[in-house]
Design a protein around this ligand. Structure first.
Ligand SMILES: Nc1nc2c(c(=O)[nH]1)N[C@H]1C(S)=C(S)[C@@H](COP(=O)(O)OP(=O)(O)OC[C@H]3O[C@@H](n4cnc5c(=O)[nH]c(N)nc54)[C@H](O)[C@@H]3O)O[C@H]1N2
Ligand SMILES: Nc1nc2c(c(=O)[nH]1)N[C@H]1C(S)=C(S)[C@@H](COP(=O)(O)OP(=O)(O)OC[C@H]3O[C@@H](n4cnc5c(=O)[nH]c(N)nc54)[C@H](O)[C@@H]3O)O[C@H]1N2
Ligand SMILES: [Mo]
Length: 767
């Protein structure tokens, strides 16, 4: 419990009673079913269970708020297409528990901040708008009208619109996101940081530079006809479980699967479909054919090694490995790439990534033999200093093979939040495109801001240095999701006003500005009735399909408002005389979609096409083989990463357990990795444990030291694990406190959450 009178920005640093067991060898299966049932029983009523599960990911139903993986056409199971972790996401949102005014009157902010993230999340849905005024110790209710008034006045009182920051998390619908960016730009700033800055920004930058669009090029169907899938830096068994169904279909078509990951992730080994009895009773499907357990952040070396070995093969038998006609007609920069590769040695590259020549040779042989290749990646690739280079190297391989823009082949950056891709499409970005600038100006007769705004890391810095005074969040948990928790906390606490539109409490609500407001909103599972009837929203999945999502459950409280309504009502207060008819947007979301159609390319006939049960594809120049303005894709020359570690330093990655959704902690187990009842664990190679004079179960502290600043995270239990020597893994967000806010990927500015240099020492202060 609270030791002093200041709220705690960190997950409590206490000794947890973690049990270390054996990791699972098969993903999903019966255990996934029992785990789903357990979460539903603990949170939901029986009617909510049946109403949501039957409509989850069905045509015209609720889009699962879990991940951005697309829904299959045709063979959706009658129970809805969902997975264990989708069920957990639904149970979490549709919980019967309530964080109402009584709850907030009972527990002070300082007290709540000393709960674990798990306990905070389990307190239930927020039912009323709440406020903390200067000097208050507790949140208390406030009327909507008064809250809007207060926020609008505070914003209007700033000396520049650039003193306000407007964050977005990726669950926000296209409709809410479009209105939000319209409000923010009408207000006069491009300060629109979003979770994408910490997620796939590196993919966006690398892909835009090389193939002309910052999104993936494959469709779901491509998995069914491909010859080779390479999954690199991704753990789909936990984070995109429905992808395992697609991978098992690739296997059915005799495709090979190569996994590249420092950890042997259970979900990549073997899969039993939890909704298919034949799978449950049988042995399941073996997924990975070749597992390359490289060292953390050595993917650039591995890919370069593969490129070199491919070039050798092509030189030995010209025209048999590369697609020379594609290279000639559709690309630039081939000669420079080949020339640059001459400066590297295969043995040296192999040594850097810690792999044997024979295993990499096997991968190279399969790449050489295949024409249709899909490469998938996620956070294991995007959160390093050289992420953009790594992704560009992935593109190099695909371009040499002519495998982008063909059926069965292409790029597949697997997105995180269920609408993170759509939010960016409709304008959530700290930059403004020329076409959006021109369209907003023409359609709404105001001068949109041109100057680049703050992304996530710049926003943290601006708040901490006093350049920003109001922080406003459309969802998410900025405090815990961002790097450098203590520094970020100082920034948020220095603000005059912090506002969060949220469904459930999180730690971010307790580390707040001088005044703080929570605006409670409807979740995706809930019925949204406005003046002209029940509304639906739309989202874009990882493969660029825009489709609808409509809630089926009664709202958890009569005081909730929808996200679009909150933005439009605040805008009415903010801009009294306006060319934008905000009230129309609220009464019928078709009016918002019409506005999107007018301002954003690719949404022609939006209202008609979104009512098509399958939704519609947005244009994609890479998929269409058109690439950049000159019709060509670009080979790039990329650098290797260099980590010069001292003898007592390790490279650490922060990953998700099987029981969490980013900063929302569903439970305390990580079944696939053999962890039960806690999260403060340090996965470490047995030889490193011995080298440091430690043993299994010991408690250790972790320390990072960048530019002379020491950051510490305490009390992690040592778990011997199959992880390369010199590498460590912990869970996010417990170790975000160690990540310096000012160390990020070149060009994309994504924090280096997967390659943090740390030292390990025995804990001295056992709590
Ligand atoms: N249930 C659930 N679903 C989710 C989420 C969730 O938290 N829970 N989060 C959502 C979001 S926002 C996102 S972005 C995605 C995240 O999905 P993932 O990217 O799969 O999530 P992480 O747990 O960060 O896993 C990263 C993987 O990369 C590996 N890795 C780490 N460093 C390296 C490296 O240097 N090289 C290689 N080759 N591999 C490396 C790790 O071992 C791990 O397997 O999932 C989305 N879906
Ligand atoms: N160390 C480390 N840090 C990371 C990562 C990592 O791998 N390692 N991953 C990064 C990535 S990929 C991402 S995407 C970010 C995630 O960053 P965020 O998106 O900011 O964080 P979440 O934990 O997903 O946000 C959860 C909160 O969203 C609110 N919420 C849930 N549903 C809704 C809704 O429908 N509407 C509204 N308004 N609010 C809702 C709830 O209040 C909940 O507490 O974290 C990043 N941080
Ligand atoms: Mo993400």
């Amino acid at each position: 419990m609270s030791k002093n009178n200041t709220p705690n920005p960190l997950t409590p640093e206490v000794k947890e009673d973690v049990r270390i067991t054996t990791p699972n060898t098969t993903a999903a299966g019966i255990k996934a079913l029992t785990s789903s049932l357990h979460h539903m029983r603990n949170e939901m009523s029986a009617t909510s269970c049946s109403k949501t599960l039957f409509s989850l990911n069905q045509k015209g139903g609720i889009d699962c708020p879990g991940c951005a993986w697309p829904d299959p056409d045709g063979d959706r199971s009658s129970l809805g297409e969902y997975c264990e972790n989708g069920v957990k996401a639904i149970a979490e949102e549709t919980t019967e528990k309530k964080a109402d005014p009584v709850f907030f009157a009972k527990h002070s902010i300082v007290e709540l901040s000393n709960w674990t993230d798990y306990e905070i999340g389990k307190s239930g849905r927020i039912t009323h708008p709440m406020i903390v005024r200067p000097g208050d110790t507790h949140y208390s209710p406030i009327k909507w009208e008064e809250a809007f008034e207060l926020i609008a006045n505070q914003l209007k009182g700033l000396s520049s619109p650039n003193e306000a920051i407007f964050y977005t998390s990726g669950r926000t619908s296209n409709e809410a996101a479009f209105l939000y960016q319209l409000m923010v730009r009408r207000f006069g700033t491009n300060n629109l940081p979003d979770c994408s800055n910490m997620c796939h920004e590196s993919s966006g930058v690398a892909l835009s530079n090389t193939v002309g669009i910052g999104k993936g090029s494959v469709k779901l169907e491509d998995f069914y006809i491909t010859e080779l899938v390479i999954v690199v830096g991704q753990n789909p068994g936990t984070n995109h479980p429905r992808m395992l169904t697609a991978l098992s279909k690739s296997k059915k078509n005799n495709a090979k699967i190569i996994s590249i990951n420092p950890l042997t992730e259970t979900g990549l080994l073997k899969f039993k479909h939890p909704q298919k009895p034949a799978h449950l009773l049988g042995g399941g499907v073996k997924l990975t054919d070749l597992y390359l357990n490289l060292k953390i952040n050595t993917d650039a070396a591995l890919l370069k090694c593969m490129l070199k070995m491919l070039v050798e093969k092509e030189n030995a038998a010209p025209g048999t490995v590369f697609d020379q006609s594609f290279i000639q007609n559709k690309t630039n920069g081939y000669t420079e790439l080949i020339e640059d590769l001459k400066g590297y040695q295969v043995d040296d590259l192999l040594q850097k990534c810690g792999l044997q020549r024979s295993e990499v040779q096997q991968a190279v042989d399969w790449i050489a033999q295949s024409k249709k290749i899909i490469i998938c990646w996620a956070m294991g690739i995007t959160q390093h200093a050289n992420s953009v280079d790594i992704i560009q190297e992935i593109v190099n391989i695909l371009l040499l093979k002519g495998s982008i823009g063909i059926p069965g082949g292409g790029t597949c950056p697997v997105r995180g939040h269920s609408n993170v891709q759509g939010d960016r499409t409709v304008g959530i970005w700290e930059k403004i495109t020329e076409s959006l600038y021109n369209n907003l100006k023409k359609n709404y007769k105001f001068e949109p801001p041109k100057e680049e705004g703050y992304n996530v890391v710049r926003a943290i810095e601006a708040m901490s240095e006093g350049q920003a005074k109001v922080f406003f969040a459309m969802g998410g948990n900025f405090l815990s999701a961002t790097p450098d928790t203590n520094y970020t906390a100082k920034g948020l606490q220095a603000c005059d006003l912090t506002v969060q539109i949220s469904t459930k409490p999180n730690r971010g609500h307790f580390i707040h500005g001088k005044t703080a407001i929570i605006l409670p909103c409807l979740g995706r599972t809930e019925i949204d009735v406005q003046k002209e009837g029940a509304q639906f929203v739309s989202v874009e999945n990882s493969m660029g399909i825009v489709h609808s999502s409509q809630g089926t459950l009664a709202p958890k409280s009569e005081h909730l408002k929808s996200e679009p309504a909150i933005v439009a009502e605040l805008s009415k207060k903010l801009f009294q005389e306006d060319n934008i008819e905000w009230h129309k947007f609220i009464s019928n979301y078709d009016n918002i979609r019409e506005a999107i159609e007018k301002n954003i390319a690719g949404f022609d006939n939006y209202n008609k096409r979104v009512r098509n049960p399958e939704g519609f594809y947005l244009p994609n120049v890479a998929r269409e083989g058109k690439f950049k303005e000159d019709g060509k894709a670009k080979f790039t020359v990329n650098n290797l990463s260099v980590h010069e570690l001292a003898a007592d330093e390790y490279l650490m990655m922060t990953v998700r357990s099987h029981d969490q959704y980013n900063t929302t902690i569903y439970g305390l187990n990580d079944r696939y990795r053999g962890i039960e009842n806690g999260r403060r664990v340090l996965f470490m190679n047995q030889k490193d444990i011995e080298k440091d004079g430690l043993k299994k179960g010991d408690y250790v502290d972790l320390q990072s030291n960048y530019d002379g600043v020491a950051r510490i995270a305490k009390l992690f239990k040592v778990v011997p694990f199959d992880i390369p020597r010199g590498n460590l893994a912990t869970y996010f967000p417990e170790t975000n406190v160690l990540v310096p806010y000012n160390k990020f990927a070149r060009k994309s500015e994504t924090p280096i959450s997967k390659s943090i240099v740390v030292k390990v020492s025995r804990s001295e202060h056992l709590v």
